[in-house]
Design a protein around this ligand. Structure first.
Ligand code: ADP
Ligand code: MN
Ligand code: MN
Ligand code: MN
Length: 338
């Protein structure tokens, strides 16, 4: 038998955006534990806005497990929060109620800022650095500073070791702003991996004295905000597609703008202004290779007779990927397949 360190993670009850919480327990196993071998656990919900003090127990139900290469025998246990009966999902548990379909593939592009002392990494103490331009995919100390590259690369390694489908990294348009991409088949699978990747990034940054800033418009003015573009494809879109179906799908997205924006992350009006590669929050548009549209249609999609994946550019960096993917699936499900 070996001792394993199980880090139980869950989303708390803060609104509009939950925080990741975690606590660990040590248990003995013959080998790396499977999901079925991981017990339910509890926590004090009165400290996370999930219960009253007089009846404070909430239950953690393991739903996904990942190796944690930052420590010997490390195990990350992603959990759903349940009521004291252990069976009923807690109202804050968005994962329990979302639509899922493993044949729908999602690729999220998570943008974020690295912050130090309350401002983006590389911003001077007073005022601003040189305007945007050289930072996107920038190379060299002047563009990205001295420690950001180590952070994003270490994060990539942690994700790969955990079995997360991390697909790549780029420095973003604003100074101190970065992106990583995660791809998964099924909304739960992809969204679980986003949450664990967010956790790994925040935890890694602790030792650098750096915060991960997920708010979508942390710097006012001529600085890009942070999105979490949701790329998606159903089996039908990948294999059949066609212009008629595409037009019907886009019409349905156009009818549901408010419903989508409602779950695409808080304060999105600050970011979706029609500037900085966005469409205005109250408009809906789509266009081939158009980064000022709500939905960007890749060239490859049009060239393949409207087959492939689409990019919804409206979700923001602070959005809950469970709810974002679920809403996209709902709108897709309202369009009949002929
Ligand atoms: P860009 O920055 O040009 O918008 P990225 O390369 O950052 O593009 O992101 C593209 C995303 O599209 C990736 O997350 C990738 O996983 C995702 N993607 C590619 N093909 C598919 C597909 N068939 N279904 C869903 N997502 C896809
Ligand atoms: Mn990208
Ligand atoms: Mn980007
Ligand atoms: Mn994109």
């Amino acid at each position: 038998m070996d001792k394993y360190v199980l880090e139980y993670l869950w989303l708390d009850g803060y609104t509009p955006v939950p925080n990741i919480r975690g606590k660990s327990q040590v248990k003995e196993y013959k080998s790396f534990p499977t999901l079925e071998q991981l017990p339910k656990w509890g926590f004090d919900g009165s400290s996370t806005k999930q219960a009253e003090g007089k009846s404070s127990d909430c239950v953690l139900k393991p739903v996904a497990v990942f190796p944690d290469s930052s420590r010997r025998n490390g195990v990350i246990v992603l959990c759903e929060v349940m009521m004291p009966d252990g069976e009923t999902p807690h109202p804050s548990n968005s994962r329990a109620t979302i639509l899922d379909d493993e044949n729908t593939w999602f690729g999220f592009e998570q943008e974020y800022f690295l912050f130090q002392d309350g401002r983006p990494l590389g911003f001077p103490q007073d005022g601003y650095p040189a305007p945007q331009g050289p930072y996107y995919c920038g190379v060299g100390y002047k563009a990205v500073g001295d420690i950001a590259r180590s952070i994003v690369n270490e994060h990539l390694d942690l994700c790969l070791d955990a079995g997360i489908n991390h697909e790549g990294i780029n420095a973003e348009v604003a100074k101190g702003q970065w992106e990583f991409q995660i791809f998964g088949k099924g909304s739960k699978k992809c969204a679980d991996q986003i949450w664990v990747a967010r956790y790994l990034l925040e935890r890694l940054c602790e030792k650098y004295g750096i915060d991960v800033e997920y708010r979508c418009k942390p710097i006012k003015g001529d600085w890009n905000g942070s999105g979490m573009h949701a790329n998606f494809s159903t089996e039908h879109l990948r294999e059949k597609g066609g212009k008629e179906y595409f037009d019907a799908l886009m019409a349905k997205f156009g009818e549901n703008v408010e419903e989508h924006i409602a779950v695409y992350g808080p304060d999105n009006h600050l970011r979706l202004t029609g500037l900085h590669e966005t469409q205005s929050i109250d408009k809906f548009s789509h266009g081939v290779a158009d980064r000022g549209a709500s939905i960007r249609v890749p060239h490859s999609f049009k060239n393949a007779d409207y087959k492939g994946y689409l990019e919804d550019r409206r979700p923001n960096s602070q959005g809950d990927p469970y709810q974002i993917a679920s809403r996209i699936l709902k709108t897709i499900s309202e369009v009949p397949i002929s």
